[in-house]
Each structure stands twice: as structure tokens, then as C-alpha cells.
Design a protein around this ligand. Structure first.
Ligand code: ADP
Ligand code: MG
Length: 238
């Protein structure tokens, strides 16, 4: 797994400043939760880490190596989205192994990793199903399985549970916490959900208007919110 460093990251779309001077060091194996109102730049920040969006200014490093101009497939970072984006015509096993398949990995190696990921996520009995024959929660597991199979250097999650009902959200949140413990993986997780943020995060990053308001443990933010905005999000007394 990997350490991620963001130094003075800026992002502009035309004349719109979307991110301003974002500085953040994410330790190897750390679980970072990114929160903030709609439109504040959370998805843009994840997409820049994944390499799906250019960086206007500043530096992004993985394990000390500058990645600004490195293509997504060479960054080795997996992203899990809110919409599962599964291939409808491929069964669960092939969906999970497809990233290895296009890299030319051998069938037996692929099958072993897919089987391990399926076991981890409780999908062992569903590997031959097509996505349309799965529930929402099962589809989200397949999307996570696809990320695990890649054995990436870091995982990015963009509001992965917001399409699920409340009970499933709880179940999947616990699943993600277990996954983090088992893989000891570096994870950056965007959510609107305060409970998800407080229970999953080693540290929470609060973003507003493209500016980092505060970075700290859930307890730090609760006990000493940097401003009213953070206090409101975290629900601490002001
Ligand atoms: P969040 O995920 O926090 O809701 P986003 O990162 O999706 O926010 O968007 C941040 C801001 O950047 C928004 O104002 C959005 O309209 C703008 N934005 C995002 N992508 C583009 C784009 N490709 N072109 C122009 N503006 C964009
Ligand atoms: Mg978003």
C-alpha cells in the first residue's frame, strides 16, 4: 500500500476555482474521510488522485514519487463509485477479474484472486450471476470486489453507499471497516453521512468551497472544531 501526498493542490475549470491550496499527507494504511457540502470539490479531488482530472497547480505524490503526469492505469489506484458501473453482460466473476484480464493476467491467477475477493465479500455463491440478478447491496460488493482484485496501492470511494437503503448502508459500512482492517489499505472515502465519517475515519478532512477547513481525528473535530462550519458538520456543541 501507499502514502499519498498533496502539496498546494489547485484546480480550476476555466475561471472557476474548485480547489485551493490543498495540503494533505495521507499515511500508508490510513483511512481518510472527506466531507463537505455538495459542489465543494470532493469528487474533483478524488478524480485528481486517480488521474482522471488534470492538476492545475501543485504536486501529487505516491510514495514520494511525483504523479502529476502519470496516467491513471500506471498509478495503481482503484476507485469505487456510487453507481456501480458493472458490465451488464458479464457475470460477477468476470466483472471482478476484468481489470486483470485486460492486463493479460493468466486465467488461473485471475480465478484465484477473484475467488479470494468473492470469499472476502460473501459473494462466493453468486459468481456466475449477471449484475441484473443482484440486489443493490450485492452489486456494490461486486464493485468493491473489482477494486480488491486489482490489489491497488490505494482505494478511493466516492459516496459508495448513498444509493443503498439505511439497513444496507449500515451493513456495508461494517464491511468496509472490516476490509480496511484486513487489507491495511490506504483509503480515501467521500461521504455525506456523519455516522460513516465518524465511525470509519482515522482522520476526517472537512472541505468547503474548495478550501480545507480542518483535518483531524473525529475526536479532534468534535472537541475543537476550527470553525462553525466544522462544528455544524460534526454536531459538536458551539
Ligand atoms: P462534490 O463532489 O463536492 O459535490 P465536485 O468535485 O463534483 O463537487 O464539483 C466541484 C465544483 O466543480 C462544482 O462547482 C462543479 O460544478 C465543478 N465542476 C466539476 N467538474 C467540472 C467540469 N468538468 N467542468 C467544469 N466544472 C466542473
Ligand atoms: Mg461528488
Amino acid at each position: 500500500m501507499a502514502r499519498l501526498d498533496l502539496h498546494g493542490i489547485e484546480k480550476r475549470f476555466g475561471t472557476i476555482d474548485v480547489l485551493r491550496d490543498v495540503n494533505l499527507s495521507i499515511a500508508d494504511g490510513e483511512f481518510i474521510v472527506l466531507v463537505g457540502p455538495s459542489g465543494c470539490g470532493k469528487s474533483t479531488l478524488l478524480r485528481m488522485i486517480a488521474g482522471l482530472e488534470d492538476i492545475t497547480a501543485g504536486d501529487f505524490l505516491i510514495d514520494g514519487q511525483r504523479m502529476n503526469d502519470v496516467a491513471p492505469r500506471h498509478r495503481d489506484i482503484a476507485m469505487v463509485f456510487q453507481s456501480y458501473a458493472l458490465y451488464p453482460h458479464m457475470d460477477v466473476a468476470r466483472n471482478m477479474g476484468f481489470s486483470m484480464e485486460i492486463r493479460g493476467a493468466e486465467k488461473s491467477a485471475r480465478a484465484a484472486r477473484v475467488a479470494a475477493a468473492a470469499r472476502t465479500l460473501g459473494l462466493d455463491k453468486l459468481t456466475e450471476r449477471l449484475p441484473r440478478a443482484l440486489s443493490g447491496g450485492q452489486r456494490q460488493r461486486v464493485a468493491m470486489g473489482r477494486a480488491i482484485v486489482r490489489e491497488p496501492r490505494a482505494f478511493l470511494f466516492d459516496e459508495p453507499l448513498s444509493n443503498l437503503d439505511a439497513a444496507l448502508r449500515v451493513e456495508m459500512r461494517l464491511e468496509i471497516a472490516r476490509l480496511h482492517q484486513r487489507l491495511k489499505a490506504t483509503m480515501v472515502y467521500v461521504t455525506h453521512d456523519q455516522v460513516e465519517a465518524l465511525t470509519l475515519a482515522d482522520r476526517i478532512v472537512v472541505l468547503n468551497g474548495g478550501i480545507v477547513q480542518q483535518v483531524g481525528t473525529p475526536l479532534d473535530l468534535y472537541q475543537a472544531p476550527a470553525n462553525r462550519f466544522v462544528a455544524q458538520f460534526i454536531g459538536s456543541p458551539t
